[in-house]
Design a protein around this ligand. Structure first.
Ligand SMILES: Nc1ncnc2c1ncn2[C@@H]1O[C@H](COP(=O)(O)OP(=O)(O)OP(=O)(O)O)[C@@H](O)[C@H]1O
Ligand SMILES: [Mg+2]
Length: 448
């Protein structure tokens, strides 16, 4: 096996990508971006808006990938801003193209001229088309902060164990919001979903999989844009600017529809509950959030879809006015035995590890564990086994890089005693009393 960590259990897939492949892929991505930009520019000059848009879109997708390879955070943000900018060009070029088509349909055939609706590209990359793109719509710092929140997640539904009903529910919600209604039918769509439940049960990875589900499979269209917003970070790091950040997030999300805005640690949006303690800044951000959740800016715009997913493990701390905007509140509970089995399958078996233990027995011993605790368990039990099996590894490392690289990691099936030892070292964080509080909360919130 070329990679010493089987299936990247110890280091996540993204990190593995960064570490192991960054060196080879980085420059190749860069030159693909340059090619796409060049093609976009040529097409634009030839008045081919559609083709230019498609090329800006590929440049944007590639730039998002390239951003993942940036060693420094500043560089990552810079690249993500560029990526957003290219998407913005593509969107406006597509608008131009559809105007051209409409005109053609009306019989007033007229070929679009360079500079018709969009200013000419400058030679300085990113090429032209500047008027009200993100960089001059707001201050650089805010645009960078928002660009840094854009993520492309590789997670899919298959990476999530259990929660079958929740997955279905989300698919219905997405499907009905994006599908074509028959005739003039005005369907009710859900725009705001709240995930609540104990820590480590999969709220964040569900949101990531949701955004990935909106991935485009057509060559000509882009993926849904996913904004991963840590609310506590926005509140503390950009205090005072928080309102502008929220508006910028939703503005960019609308410009890049369809998009998903994920508001993690949502309870921090209102700080401590109890009106007196709210500062002016907190009230301002609250009212901004409320109007964004109401979707006032997109009313009557069937073509814009921004889905907000908020997640919290302290739902009772969320302001009631904010809460009432979430028609859909989904409890993400601790996994039951069947779900724990699926999660261990994903985190252990599917990564290529084997066990001599009876899996249902192991699953029974993990009652009360969250997904995150099962992840820790899988990590501990495999890491310990690997260390034991490779006691000669430190000496090989002493001999230098080439030796370490050619070393093949030895493994053996994990025994029931290994599982027992690892399980005994983990204390579940959520008690059954805590779980009961979650189960009872939603009814109580509705009655309030
Ligand atoms: N249902 C699940 N299937 C597979 N893995 C899971 C599941 N739930 C949790 N995990 C594992 O636990 C980790 C943490 O999950 P996640 O970040 O989604 O929890 P969370 O509910 O958002 O927690 P918190 O409330 O603390 O933010 C995941 O990265 C994943 O490895
Ligand atoms: Mg989370």
């Amino acid at each position: 096996m070329a990679n010493p960590f089987p299936q990247g259990l110890v280091i996540g897939p993204r990190l593995m990508l960064n570490g192991a492949m960054a060196i080879d892929l980085g420059p190749r991505l860069k030159s693909s971006i340059d090619d796409a930009l060049h093609r976009a520019k040529m097409a634009w000059k030839a008045g081919k808006s559609e083709e230019a848009a498609a090329n800006f879109e590929s440049a944007s997708e590639l730039m998002f990938k390239f951003a993942e390879y940036a060693g420094a955070r500043d560089l990552e943000y810079q690249r993500k801003r560029k990526a957003i900018e290219y998407r913005d060009y593509a969107r406006r070029l597509r608008e131009t193209a559809s105007e051209e088509n409409a005109r053609a349909r009306r019989g007033k055939q007229r070929v679009i001229q360079p500079g018709d609706n969009v200013p000419p590209p400058s030679d300085d990359p990113p090429p032209g088309l500047r008027h009200e793109n993100i960089s001059n719509k707001s201050t650089g710092e805010i645009a960078s902060a928002v660009a840094a929140m854009v993520h492309n997640s590789p997670l899919t539904w298959d990476d999530i164990g259990g929660l079958a009903d929740t997955k279905l529910d989300i698919k219905y919600t997405l499907g009905l919001s994006l599908a074509k209604p028959p005739g003039e039918l005005k369907m009710h769509t859900f725009r705001n979903i709240l995930f609540y439940g104990p820590p480590g049960t999969g709220k964040t990875i569900l949101a990531a999989a949701t955004s990935n589900a909106l991935k485009s499979t057509e060559a000509s269209a882009t993926n849904a844009m996913f904004f991963n917003v840590k609310v506590s970070g926005v509140m503390s790091k950009y205090f005072g600017e928080s309102t502008k950040i929220v508006s910028e997030i939703y503005g960019t999300a609308r410009d890049n529809s369809p998009s998903v805005v994920f508001l993690d640690e949502f309870e921090s949006i209102t700080g401590k509950r109890g009106g007196d303690e709210q500062s002016g800044a907190e009230r301002r951000i609250l009212s901004t959030i409320l109007s964004e959740l109401d979707g006032l800016s997109e009313k009557g715009r069937g073509d814009i879809y921004v889905l907000t997913i908020a997640a919290t493990n302290r739902p009772w701390d969320v302001d009631p006015a904010v809460l009432s905007r979430f028609e859909k509140r989904i409890l993400i509970p601790l996994p039951d035995a069947a779900a724990r089995k699926e999660i261990l399958d994903i985190l252990f078996t599917r990564r290529g590890f084997q066990t001599s233990a009876n899996m249902p027995e192991v699953v029974n011993m993990t009652e009360g564990f969250s997904g995150r605790e099962l992840e820790r368990l899988a990590k501990e039990v495999t890491t310990k086994m690997i260390r034991e099996m490779n006691r000669d590894l430190p000496a090989v490392v002493d001999k230098g890089l080439a030796n370490a690289r050619s070393y093949e990691v030895k493994i053996r099936p994990v025994s029931i005693d290994d599982w027992r030892a690892a399980i005994s070292r983990i204390t579940p964080a959520t008690s059954s009393a805590d779980m009961k509080r979650y189960l009872e909360w939603n009814d109580a919130a509705d009655d309030a």
